[in-house]
Every structure is written in C-alpha cells, then in structure tokens.
Design a protein around this ligand. Structure first.
Ligand SMILES: NC(=O)c1ccc[n+]([C@@H]2O[C@H](COP(=O)([O-])OP(=O)(O)OC[C@H]3O[C@@H](n4cnc5c(N)ncnc54)[C@H](OP(=O)(O)O)[C@@H]3O)[C@@H](O)[C@H]2O)c1
Length: 327
C-alpha cells in the first residue's frame, strides 16, 4: 500500500483526504514513478472545485518529479532508475507512487534537483509556449512590450525572467506592493499593483499611448475587459486561465472596435500532446534553467499530508513563485 490524496466529491480544501491505495504495474506506454516532490498548480483548484469536472473518486495533481520504478511495453525513452519529471494529463500526482502515460515524462538533467523539477515542469512549459508560440501576427521582437498578469505567481515569475532573457519589456501585474517588488526583482520592466491602480491607464502611460502587443491573462473574469484596452491594433489577447473565475460570454464585435484584435484561449495540454513536442519544449526549459537565466523560486513547501493548507494559501493569494508538496 502507498499514500495518495483523493477527493470523493468536488468542493473545498477539506475534500482532500490522504488514503491508502494499491499501485499496479505499468501497462503499454506507461511508467511507474516514485515521487520525490510534487508541484502545486492553480489547475488543481479547478479540479478540486469542479470548475474542470473529474469523475470520482479522483487523485488530483499534474506535476511531479521522482525516480522511474517500472517501465511498460513500448517505452524506450525511460529506464528503471532514471530521474524524471513531468507535467501531465490525466491528473493523479498527489501521491507517493503512480502509474502514468510515459509520453509526458522527461528525463531530468542531473543539474536540476527533484524539487526544482517538480516545481517547474507544468509552469515552465506553460511559460515556454506562451512566450515562444503564442505570438501576435507581427511576432515579438526585443524591446516589445507585453503585459503579463499575476506575474508574481508560479507561471508568472518564470515567464517574467524568461521574457527578460528574450529582450522583452514585460509589464507585470500583481496583487500587492511586495509582490510587485518581487516581479521587478525578477526582470520585469514595470510592475503594477492591480488592486490599487488602474492597470489599463498605467499600461497606456508606460507605452506612450500605444498599448502592448500581447496580454497574457490567467486571471480571467476580473481582468478581461481592461486587458482588451491595453492592446495596440492587431494585438493578441492570450487567455490561459481563470484564477478569479471564468471569462463571461463575449461578443466578438468588440474586437473590431478596439483595433482588430485577436483572441486565443490556450492550454498546455495541446502543446504537450506528443512525446516529441513535450521533449522539445522541456529541452528549452532545461536550458534556460541550467543557464541561470530562469531561477525557479520555490517559495512554499508543504508535506503531502498538509495539502489542504497548501490549497487554502494558493486560493487566498498568499503564495508567490512555485509551491511544492514534499514526501
Ligand atoms: N492554460 C494553461 O496552459 C495553463 C497552464 C498553467 C497555468 N495556467 C493558469 O495560470 C495561472 C497561474 O497558475 P499558477 O499555478 O502559477 O498559480 P499562481 O499564479 O501561483 O496563483 C494564482 C495567482 O493569481 C492571482 N489572482 C488574481 N485574482 C485571483 C483570485 N480571485 N483568486 C486567486 N488568485 C487570484 C494571484 O496573484 P495576485 O495576488 O498577484 O493577484 C494568485 O497568486 C492560473 O490561472 C492557471 O490556471 C494555465
């Protein structure tokens, strides 16, 4: 028997319960991995609450790092004993040991610790596809302004540093002055406390009235309308999350009036649908982390048994950077 965190119904953090489970052998295309650390992500909250429904009982969690214990038929890129890390569908990472599809699991370079691997895979691969593949029609060139909401968070702090490495002028928003200081300290050209300032007005001021080429928006409901006002003509609204709630239905006519804007709603899981694309993106992530251009800030650690508190703190906006569950 081994430990896992299960929910029996959607609801609050109290639904997260540690239980004993039996883990079998991997089938074709699968591996069994023994976690050394597990990553906490905001999508875990959506899975717990039912914003993204799951069938019950469910073990949530989509990010982890550990050692490969067994390899199923047809898996060639991993061997027993390999250090490995992943961001993956289906959920199931909140546990000591799991069986999972091998295609999203990557060998972890020796230079990267298990804790860093567990903290960065889902968030870092997200930052990669946003900044490298979710681009306006005119592309992004060094010196261009982009707006990135919740820049002091897990995805946000990685993207802030990566944008700096790409030569972009990232304007980050965050919910307190202390968080704004952290965002500036990680390479943002500007940081705006969106709980106190009108971020659209500040963006216009910073960009000399022009606006930004892209808004990367994971806050959703609370930032949607004003984010559209931050874009220059032909700019791209890249929606990728709903920390404040889902974006309400939207009439496309507004896009014309605001300057022939583009909208996309992206998810990592389209980008990591194949082994090849996952590895190519992970190689870029490993390179920026190994080079020191992107530092993975693990600002919170909770034992797996304290996962309820981890969820409370994440939802209460008390966290910065990455959070891991330890074993
Ligand atoms: N589509 C994808 O592929 C993809 C992949 C990964 C993550 N995401 C999304 O990216 C976002 C960041 O994920 P993360 O795991 O790194 O989380 P996180 O940024 O560490 O935490 C979420 C942050 O959102 C901000 N926020 C604004 N309004 C909020 C509200 N009403 N309730 C709670 N938080 C609020 C808070 O920062 P402030 O206090 O500074 O406002 C909070 O710290 C999430 O929305 C997540 O769903 C999407």
């Amino acid at each position: 028997m081994t430990l896992a965190v299960q929910i029996r119904q959607h609801g609050g953090p109290e639904e997260l319960q540690v239980v004993d489970v039996t883990v079998g052998a991997p089938g074709p295309g699968e591996v069994r991995i023994r976690h050394h650390a597990i990553g906490l992500n905001f999508i875990d909250v959506y899975h717990r609450t039912g914003l993204y429904p799951l069938s019950m009982p469910a073990t949530i969690g989509m990010e982890g790092a550990g050692v490969i214990e067994a390899v199923g038929e047809g898996v060639t890129h991993l061997q027993v004993g390999d250090r490995a890390a992943y961001a993956s569908n289906p959920p199931g990472a909140y546990c000591e040991v799991r069986v999972m599809p091998a295609k999203c699991v990557c060998k972890l370079p020796d230079a990267i610790s298990f804790e860093t691997g567990a903290a960065m895979m889902l968030k870092g691969l997200t930052a990669q596809y946003l900044l490298k593949k979710t681009l306006p029609v005119e592309g992004l060139q060094p010196g261009d302004h982009v707006l990135f909401h919740a820049a002091a968070g897990g995805v946000g702090l990685i993207a802030t540093q990566w944008a700096k490495a790409l030569g972009l002028q990232l304007i980050g928003t965050a919910g307190s002055d202390a968080k704004c200081q952290l965002v500036r300290g990680n390479g943002a050209a500007h940081a705006i406390n969106y709980n106190q300032e009108d971020f659209a007005a500040r963006v216009k001021e910073i960009t000399g009235g022009k606006g930004v080429k892209v808004v990367y928006d994971s806050v959703g409901k609370d930032t949607w309308d004003k984010s559209l006002d931050c874009l220059r003509p032909f700019g791209l609204m890249a929606s990728f999350g709903n920390a404040s709630g889902p974006v309400p239905p939207f009439a496309p006519g507004a896009l014309g009036a605001k300057g022939s804007l583009y909208i996309t709603r992206q998810t990592l899981f389209t980008h990591i649908a194949t082994r090849e694309s996952t590895q190519a993106m992970a190689d870029e992530l490993f390179a920026v982390v190994a080079s020191g251009q992107v530092k993975i800030h693990i600002d919170q650690r909770y034992p797996l048994a304290e996962v309820q508190q981890a969820h409370r703190d994440l939802e209460a906006r008390k966290t910065t950077g990455c959070t891991i569950l330890t074993l």
